[in-house]
Design a protein around this ligand. Structure first.
Ligand code: MG
Length: 252
């Protein structure tokens, strides 16, 4: 028994990567990017996280959408300049209505395992970003989901906002232009960069780990790139192909 325990203790720790389904698990029957279905499907395949993109409507309703614009009756509308009543008419490719963040969180409460990775999209006016972050972090806290939600953003304003509003929350920076040392000095939890940035700065993974930060990478879909980011020892892989990444990790 003691021998077995000792052997187990001295086995090298095999570090594995966690998978985050980019915009939920949408490449599957009946799903669509950033739909509530995509969130539930991500939960059903047992991945670490399901990512989602959010904006605030012109009348202050946090909504789920990737692009800065939506097309309605052939017209392009900027999400941040459009009232919710109009945005509500937008249909996703699976027939769902564009969800509000409130509806998304209500569905998320029913998820068993998956974490929600919320991406705050960059707005043209800082005050709108503040309003969005305040409202969403409030909703997350009111539902007791604090430990199940992480945040990501391209905008530095959001990094500061999340730190102010929830000092313990995980917040990762997406824009690829700051070193782990700089991010650490800003109190950011880690980097979440495009894989090409990490291929150009492979040393950033170890540097981040030495500073106690985590490394996430987006959006890795091709088998050879998935292998490469695993070799780099990143902590999380954000992908449109969660089942492929799962399979590759399992077979290594
Ligand atoms: Mg995103």
């Amino acid at each position: 028994m003691m021998l077995l325990l000792a052997t187990l203790l001295y086995l090298p720790v095999i570090q594995s990567q966690e998978i985050i389904a980019h915009r939920g698990f949408w490449k599957t029957e009946g799903s669509a990017q950033n739909s509530i279905t995509a969130l539930m499907k991500a939960d059903s395949i047992g991945v670490f996280g399901s990512e989602v993109d959010i904006w605030i409507s012109s009348d202050g309703i946090p909504v789920v959408n990737h692009d800065a614009t939506v097309t309605l009756d052939g017209k392009k509308l900027r999400v941040e300049d459009t009232p919710f009543g109009t945005l509500r008419k937008v249909k996703l490719s699976n027939g769902e209505q564009m969800p509000t963040v409130e509806e998304y969180l209500n569905a998320f409460e029913k998820c068993k395992k998956v974490k929600l990775i919320i991406e705050f999209k960059s707005h043209t006016v800082k005050e709108r970003e503040t309003e969005l972050a305040r409202k969403v972090i409030d909703m997350v806290h009111q539902r007791g989901l604090k430990d199940k939600v992480e945040y990501i953003a391209f905008g530095i304003h959001f990094l500061q906002l999340v730190r102010q509003l929830d000092p313990q929350a995980s917040i990762y920076y997406l824009n690829g232009d700051m070193s782990p040392a700089v991010l650490s000095s800003m109190g950011v939890s880690g980097l979440d960069y495009h894989y090409n940035v990490l291929f150009n700065h492979p040393q950033w993974v170890e540097a981040a780990h030495k500073l106690g930060q985590k490394v996430n990478v987006w959006t890795v879909n091709k088998a050879e790139d998935i292998q490469k980011v695993i070799d780099l020892k990143v902590d999380f892989i954000t992908t449109d192909e969660p089942l492929r990444v799962k399979e590759i990790i399992k077979n290594r």
